[in-house]
Design a binder for this molecule. Structure first.
Ligand SMILES: *[C@@H]1O[C@H](CO)[C@@H](O)[C@H](O)[C@H]1NC(C)=O
Ligand SMILES: *[C@@H]1O[C@H](CO)[C@@H](O)[C@H](O)[C@H]1NC(C)=O
Length: 614
């Protein structure tokens, strides 16, 4: 790596590449050099963690605002002191020590950050529980982190009490962020923190921590089954935390964080990357489309974070005269679609969008540092050499990679979608999931190009265009097959929302007795004050989609079910099917001449009995 770096720095290979990929060459090169630089930097100091970076910022600018939350400002020094108090209380009352794990069960608020800092100071790992989960799922997530302490927000007391007997059976200490609590088996924490000393905690308390030590657990929701705890070690945390620097965020920037801290976008790309920059974070309990820009104006926000749905929600708000009146210059996130991207720029002005791609637990990621609309990054020869990856042929029907007669996979040609796999190497390791060897193994793909090689299976279909830009195509499972054709649900969704009355669409496939594959169905949320126009909707769909991709059934809902990070839930809807007797929502069926018409029980029966062929 050092050798390569020297070569790059000397630009010895510049002439060779210039004529091949001239338009993008310099920026690609700059990007790769920066990546290598970071990799070298962090490996130089094998014990320097994000916590150390935070402590350096405290020294450098103690009085600088670190977190602003609901009109209260916490400086870097405030956070330092508060986390000292927390670390001390937890050592004393929860007997936590280096190597132990504590689970956090709370929403976005400053103490979330102070708890993580405090626990890091005493060498503990932290499991970031999703505060929307309950009962079985909560117990599962808690247990797979191996934590022996649970710290919960006051407002989640009921949820904790539901699982308390099970926790007590395992001798788990349970703390509530409150000064009083009369439930037997739940201890208070707020009072203990306020009484504790804020004197610095000795680095000896975390002397065994290296970059390879586990730092946090982040839960990733699979399309099926219970969530998995992805293990993030300090090195991985650093890698993710370079993201802001990589796209040009500076310490003078003001970052707006409204996504949940229990996910990697807010925690790693937002919080820890923000600490690396030493900037000010405006923290919000929850995303609010109506408050978003007012907040940005009020706090002089310059950098925002997004996920695709957030951009869509912002574009769906009523237009205002002051839409472009803000200081936001950069948006960092993932999952934005090309149409929303263009609309966002058109409406809210010249914001540089830096779309990133990478799974929480994944070993290779991309950044679209060029701002090319719709792309997630660049396919660069040099980058591929450093962190090998490939797009391989995938059979969406059998849901597995295509293997040749010798049992090996092959790369798709440019312009074709393929399964994205990242080679598992020393420089791009896959750490896997806590307490789940099965799940970890399932994400590994062996013997891809030769006997004995090992790849991380992203589960995503990507495509590279002729200019080397990478595009997200689909998540596996987000396609279904109908009449021998693959239908990408995202593609259909993009068309459906072109219809004037439709605010959001969730497209999925449903099974029909006597038919192969799945037929398209869409759950729709209409814009306020709009009715559903079955004729208009069909005209738009007929114009834009091939017949096999047109949703045959439509279901109108008051709101679409989404996960904590606004990911649409398809599994349950697909299971619900299209039986009017079983579904309360208005149901429509496609009639080629009249468009979408209300669906009757008689029609349903005819389809099921095979009298109507679809
Ligand atoms: C729980 O703690 C008690 C008392 O410290 C001990 O006797 C018991 O064995 C522990 N149970 C488990 C499951 O660790
Ligand atoms: C935002 O910027 C304006 C103009 O530069 C300044 O007057 C104001 O105090 C700033 N507000 C905050 C919250 O920093």
């Amino acid at each position: 790596m050092y050798v390569l770096y020297t070569v790059l720095a000397g630009l010895a290979i510049l002439p060779l590449f210039l004529h091949i990929i001239f338009p993008y060459f310099m920026r690609d090169l700059q990007f790769v050099v920066r990546c290598i630089n970071f990799a070298i930097q962090i490996r130089k100091k094998p014990c320097y963690t994000i916590l150390d970076s935070f402590l350096d910022k405290v020294k450098k600018h103690p009085e600088k605002p670190f977190i602003v939350f609901e009109n209260t400002t916490y400086s870097y020094l405030d956070a330092d002191k508060q986390s000292n108090k927390i670390g001390r209380s937890l050592m004393e009352f929860a007997s936590l020590k280096e190597g132990d794990t504590a689970a956090l069960f709370l929403g976005n608020e400053p103490i979330y950050v102070f708890l993580w800092l405090g626990l890091s100071k005493i060498g503990c790992k932290v499991a970031l529980l999703n505060n929307n989960i309950r009962t079985k799922s909560l117990l599962h997530c808690f247990s797979c982190s191996g934590a022996n302490v649970l710290i919960a927000a006051t407002e989640l007391r009921d949820a904790v009490e539901e699982v308390l007997p099970a926790l007590q059976d395992q001798n788990i200490s349970v703390f509530l962020l409150s000064a009083e609590c009369d439930t037997v088996g739940i201890e208070t924490l707020t009072d203990k923190i306020s009484r504790a000393s804020d004197e610095p905690l000795s680095p000896d308390l975390r002397s065994k921590i290296t970059l390879k030590s586990p730092a946090i657990y982040i839960y990733t929701s699979g399309t099926t089954g219970l969530p998995k705890a992805a293990l993030i070690n300090h090195e991985r945390m650093w890698m993710a935390s370079f993201l802001q620097r990589l796209v040009g965020v500076t310490s003078d920037d003001v970052l707006y964080v409204c996504l949940p801290l229990y996910h990697s976008s807010a925690f790693l790309m937002g919080l820890t990357a923000g600490i690396e920059r030493g900037l000010t974070i405006i923290l919000r309990r929850k995303f609010s489309a109506s408050q978003f820009w007012d907040d940005c104006r009020k706090y002089n926000v310059t950098v925002i974070q997004y996920i695709g749905e957030l951009i869509r929600y912002l574009c769906n708000t009523p237009k205002k005269a002051n839409d472009r009146n803000h200081k936001v210059r950069l948006a960092l996130g993932n999952g934005i679609r090309a149409d929303a991207w263009s609309e966002f720029l058109h409406r809210f002005g010249n914001v540089h969008i830096r779309e990133c791609y990478g799974a929480t637990e994944g070993n290779v990621g991309f950044i679209n540092y060029m701002g090319k609309v719709g792309a997630i990054g660049r396919d660069i020869f040099l980058f591929r050499k450093l962190v090998p990856y490939a797009l391989i042929k995938y059979d969406t029907e059998r849901e597995e990679p295509v293997r040749d007669s010798r049992g090996f996979c092959s790369e798709v040609p440019r312009g074709e979608a393929g399964l994205f796999v990242g080679k598992i190497t020393k420089t791009s390791p896959f750490v896997g999931y806590a307490k789940s060897n099965d799940q970890t193994e399932k994400k590994k793909l062996r013997d891809v190009f030769e006997k004995g090689d090992l790849y991380f299976n992203s589960g995503d279909l990507l495509k590279v265009d002729q200019d080397g830009f990478i595009y997200f195509q689909d998540r596996i499972g987000d396609t279904f097959r109908w009449k021998g054709e693959n239908v990408a649900t995202t593609e259909v969704t993009d068309i459906m929302i072109l219809v004037d009355s439709i605010e959001e669409a969730n497209v999925y496939g449903v099974m029909v007795p006597g038919h192969e594959g799945r037929i398209g169905m869409a759950a729709l949320k209409l814009k306020d004050g709009h009715g559903f126009d079955g004729y208009d909707t069909y005209q738009c769909i007929k114009t834009n989609l091939p017949s096999y991709a047109r949703p045959r059934f439509i279901r109108i809902q008051n709101s679409l079910v989404v996960t904590g990070t606004f990911k649409q839930i398809k599994g349950k809807l697909a299971k619900d099917g299209f039986n009017p007797a079983a579904i309360q929502d208005p149901l429509y069926i496609l009639d080629e001449t009249k468009g979408y018409i209300p669906m009757t029980q008689e029609m349903y029966n005819s389809i099921i009995s095979g009298r109507i062929r679809l």
